[in-house]
Design a protein around this ligand. Sequence first.
Ligand code: 5AD
Length: 428
Amino acid sequence: MCLTIPAQVIKLEKGKAVIQENDRFKQIQISLVPNLKVGDWILYINDSALEKIPRNEAKEILELLEVPYQKIDISRLSGKFRDIIQTSKSKDLTKEEVVYLLKTKELEQKALFSEANLVRKTYIKDFICIHGIIEFSNFCKNDCLYCGLRKENLTLPRYRMSIEDIVNIADKAVTEAGYKLLVLQSGEDYFYTDDILEEIIKKIKEKCRVFIFISIGERGYKCYERLKKAGASGVLFRFETSNLELFKKLHPQGKNLANRFEHLRFMKELGYFIATGSIIGLPNQTIENLAEDILTTKKWAHMVSTGPFVPCDNTPLANLVHGNIEMSLKTIAILRLMMKNARIPVVTALETLAGENGRKRALQAGANSLMFNLTPENYRPFYKIYPDKFFQKETIWQKYGLFKYEESYKMLEERMTKEIEKEKYATN
Ligand code: 5AD
């Protein structure tokens, strides 16, 4: 579902309401919302008002989202910085340019965020998309050094949800809360055979109208081909790091980077919508490595999935320092400059490290979507990829996502198709 910025009715004329959108006045239909008065607050999409909302709640949403564009006197900044921002408007950035942006500080860093925020506002207006994630199993056959679900972590109580539970949670999320896009995530757990995964997806699709993204690891071409046919639309599949040496060190168990990229390649070929990216702040990761990760993300992703490293207890990396928050925000901002229409979610890892303000800061740096956790409370503490202390203030968002409206689903469909089509067009 998507959340729009609320607007205040400025005038009523000829059976329509006049509102202000960015710097323009706009006339919208009000047939769905009778008895509107000047001064009322509404939620609207395209050219139609959808519902009236109380002023204090409109203010709450605005405070979270509406970021005043800070005009920064760009003439005080270096020529190099100005050139890079200018280049980003029409061309891809080079690795050297990305490194420069990752190294920005103080005023230049602020200017980077505000440029990225302006791109978000210009290209995607103020739609903030809200997706849900169901973490259905925390069993994993892998031993990635950073991850709390690694199989060698014997301290973690393990759980698996039944097919029925997964389908019911998904159905409730769609029909009651109004989610339009759900991620089904687990460790790499072969208890769920291809047959079972297919059954889960088919059953959800039979029950409700929703986009399903799967995040289940390296399951090979045949599995992904079947799940696509069963109705899955997208994958959430990070390459973790594009650096071969780093990848080897973090995945001692014989996983290999080539196989990850092979997965991304065939996922794309199968027509999946791809959410991918890397972890920021892994041990021994350099700025150059990060710049390469950004360019790799740009190459593969329709939607970005990138966030800071958070050390997890009972893993070999438990005592390391966490990924840098500013660096994570700069990564979001650079990706926004490079991928103007892409979905860039604020990930929980960032919210965990930066606290409640993290969400706002990430949106201000160019992010435009949020992922809410729909895993039942009794399992949540055990899906411990990293210690997740962030308490999500979800109610206001859930309340005003465009739950019941067909437009919300259609809009998502149109946008995803456009992204995939655009790419086909570009590569052919
Ligand atoms: N810190 C941050 N991200 C992590 N992930 C796994 N462990 C950690 C950690 N300690 C990420 C990986 C994986 C995704 C599901 O979670 O990138 O792909």
